[in-house]
Design a protein around this ligand. Structure first.
Ligand SMILES: Cc1ncc(COP(=O)(O)O)c(C=O)c1O
Length: 412
């Protein structure tokens, strides 16, 4: 069996019984299905096979080295946003020329590190950044390959915090002035303009805005190619959403249908930067029930995972399915599934009808492979969770649980 689903009367992942994983590794525990990640990768590769393309996995979604190594071995590139992500991607085996470096606030040190390591493309987010990159590259006697991030002012119809391609967002440069910035940058020493890029936002389920973005960027690319810019890439970012309600998963084929017509005939390599759609559904958070209590008619299931482990519900009001690992056929009741953190915003699910669990029961919080562990913290001095990769009936620890010593390790 691939991914998460029942084996007999209990839930498993890639043939690993989750009850046994919890007993062996403790909870809270992030569990990933290797086969589900591979399947998601293959869906992207198949969908974009008709055109020259490079799928650069957005490391921010989940930077565990085992997941990075798996995707690097499958042939992915990487999309990074910090020096830390750069070092993690290189350590996992991504060839530097397959790495794109995004981010509005790259420091001189990060730019220098990227140049030193031969990063394939710097997605610059302002004219100032291109000039700074030029200066850093000249100092080091090298040339940076630059792609300009363009803000096309398109509403991706997603949560405002993860809408990045709207006029008022901090990302990129307005599309109307992108051409002029590149014309001025052309003569700068130490930089070579190789492409244009955009990223509209994350968890995009209505694909029409992505088609519009592709058309806008293709138009700009044509204009620049006509002027003799030696462009090589058109980078349309990531953003493909997943169905957190458990319906059909992310669909790269539908994405291809929406964006490929726009770039038809362009002599460029299509770069994509998917994060969530490659790993979200391949991961789940395993947590144990500590207490069940009722306050003023509201029923609370208190579990050992909190907002420090999975921030998305508290941050975005995000929905994650919660299921019993060993259903006992108890009546379904409306509950709030909450963590031990001292904030009322510390919830994993609110007003959710689930089978009433008992203390000691295990619950599975689904679709947490992306922006789960990656956004976790040590808030309330809670050590961060362990992570496990399941494959063909075997569970492999890919990150040990933190200890109290880890929490104080950097104090001086
Ligand atoms: C520049 C850039 N590329 C790619 C991604 C990945 O997006 P997603 O995980 O929605 O595919 C993000 C996410 O915020 C991003 O900012």
């Amino acid at each position: 069996m691939k991914g998460f689903g029942p084996v007999g009367s209990e839930l498993a992942c890639d043939g690993v019984l989750l009850r046994e994983a919890a007993e062996r590794f403790g909870t809270p525990l992030f569990v990933y299905s290797r086969s589900a990640i591979e399947e998601a990768w293959r869906a992207y590769e198949a969908a974009f096979a008709p055109v020259p393309h490079r799928i650069c996995y957005a490391v921010k979604a989940n930077g565990n080295g085992a997941i990075l190594k798996l995707l690097a071995e499958l042939g992915a590139g990487a999309d990074i946003v910090s020096g830390g992500e750069m070092l993690a991607a290189l350590r996992a085996g991504f060839p530097p020329q397959r790495i794109v470096f995004a981010g509005v606030g790259k420091t001189d040190e990060e730019l220098a590190l990227g140049l030193e390591r031969g990063i394939g493309e710097f997605n610059a987010e302002s004219e100032q950044e291109i000039r700074r990159l030029s200066r850093v590259a000249v100092t080091r006697g090298t040339v940076a390959r630059v792609s300009l991030r363009v803000n096309p002012d398109i509403d991706p119809q997603t949560h405002p915090y993860i809408s990045t391609g709207l006029r008022e967002a901090k990302f990129g440069v307005p599309i109307g002035i992108a051409g002029d910035i590149l014309r001025r940058s052309r003569s700068l020493a130490g930089v070579q303009v190789v492409g244009v890029q955009c990223h509209l936002g994350s968890q995009i389920t209505d694909l029409a805005p992505l088609a519009t973005g592709a058309r806008d960027l293709a138009g700009l690319s044509r204009e620049l190619l006509d002027e003799g810019f030696p462009l090589e890439t058109i980078d349309l970012g990531g953003g493909l959403g997943v169905d957190y309600e458990g319906g059909a998963g992310a669909d790269p084929a539908a994405l291809a249908e929406h964006i490929l017509p726009a770039i038809d005939g362009l002599p460029l390599t299509l770069v994509l930067e998917p994060g969530r759609s490659l790993v979200a559904e391949a991961g789940a958070l395993l947590t144990r029930v500590l207490y069940v209590k009722e306050n003023q008619g509201r029923r609370f299931v208190i579990v050992d995972a909190g907002m420090n482990d999975l921030l998305r519900p508290a941050l975005y009001g995000a929905h994650h399915r919660v299921e019993p690992v060993q259903p006992r056929g108890a009546p379904r009741v409306e509950v709030d599934v909450v963590g031990p953190v001292c904030e009322t915003g510390d919830f994993l699910a609110r007003g959710r009808e689930i089978e009433l669990p008992e203390p000691g029961d295990l619950l599975l919080v689904r679709d947490t492979g992306a922006y789960g562990f990656a956004m976790s913290s040590r808030y309330n001095m809670r050590p961060r969770a362990a992570e496990v990769m399941a494959e063909a009936g075997v569970a492999r620890l890919i990150r040990r649980r933190e200890t109290f010593e880890d929490l104080i390790d950097t104090e001086v």
